[in-house]
Design a protein around this ligand. Structure first.
Ligand code: SLL
Length: 278
């Protein structure tokens, strides 16, 4: 069956963040298999809604009970307690069924980069993924477009610190880091767009140059023909009637006309006026 869905031609990108935040449970943990409480999540770069997502499935390590956890409405996150880091697989299903589900991987970190195990600080790990949609349907395109103004809400990763909430100073610090990274990502995107635009400008300029080169070649050939003709005319005139040799040429040359320069006169400057034979 032929679908009559209208599509928007092109490739459209939409950034999303996959991340996790983990807190060491300290005495609240069992010191064995439940030492950390963590939350893994998918979120918009600026916490904007993700209306193009239908469902997110988090595939936990097999040591967890029911390792495949489906979340069918926002916020797309799951919280658990555990003891170890692992590669979390995340499958994103889109509202448009013709868009293939996407698989992402995220290293669920429990420990800070310095390797310390018992830390009071939450360990946040996030990465940005650029979703690319090719020729999406018009209705889906409207969902993947970034909203003009991102909502100004607190980062969800700051709201899910669980039993050990972050201090204001920590939240502010983390906010700063996330904001700075978001800015870098946005800037990179902007520069990439500018590059694309400049590239297409360069291509069309190059095409114009080629076109002009062709025109120049045609005019040069015409000119050559004209010179040849004029040369032979002059020769025959010289032999027949010596005083007609100074007859002005039928085209505008710098010597024969005072009309303002045009492309014709500019080309005409390359005319080599033949020296009458002595
Ligand atoms: C490894 N990185 O490769 C480890 C796997 C698995 C962590 C870590 C289970 C908690 C529970 C849990 O934390 N697994 O039992 O509910 O060996």
């Amino acid at each position: 069956m032929v679908s009559n869905k209208r599509v928007i031609k092109g490739e459209f990108e939409r950034p999303i963040i996959v991340g996790s935040i983990s807190n060491w449970l300290g005495k609240k943990g069992d010191g064995l298999t439940h030492t950390h409480r963590w939350t893994a999540y998918i979120r918009g770069m600026n916490n904007e809604d993700l209306p193009f997502i239908k469902k997110v499935v988090f595939h936990l390590h097999n040591s967890f009970k029911n390792p495949n956890r489906a979340v069918e409405s926002p916020p797309y996150e799951i919280s658990e307690t555990g003891w170890g880091e692992f590669d979390l697989k995340v499958t994103i299903y889109f509202t448009d069924n013709s868009e293939k589900p996407l698989e992402l991987f995220h290293l669920l970190r429990l420990h800070p980069p310095d390797g310390s195990i018992k830390t009071k600080h939450p360990v946040v790990s996030e990465s940005l993924d650029m979703l690319v949609f090719k020729d999406p349907s018009e209705s889906f395109y409207n969902l993947i477009k970034l909203p003009d103004k991102p909502p100004e809400v607190l980062n969800p990763s700051l709201q899910i610190a669980g039993d050990t909430p972050m201090t204001i100073a920590e939240q502010l610090e983390l906010n700063k880091i996330i904001d700075a990274r978001t800015k870098v990502i946005t800037d990179v995107q902007k520069y990439r767009d500018t590059c694309k635009q400049k590239e297409s400008e360069a291509i069309s300029l190059y095409q114009s140059i080629q076109q002009l080169d062709k025109q120049k070649l045609i005019l040069q050939k015409k000119l050559e023909k004209y010179n040849l003709l004029k040369n032979s005319n002059n020769k025959s005139m010289n032999t027949n009637t010596a005083n007609i040799s100074n007859t002005p040429m039928p085209i505008d040359t710098p010597t024969s006309s005072t009309t303002p320069s045009t492309i014709t006169t500019a080309t005409a400057t390359t005319i080599t006026t033949p020296i009458p034979p002595s």
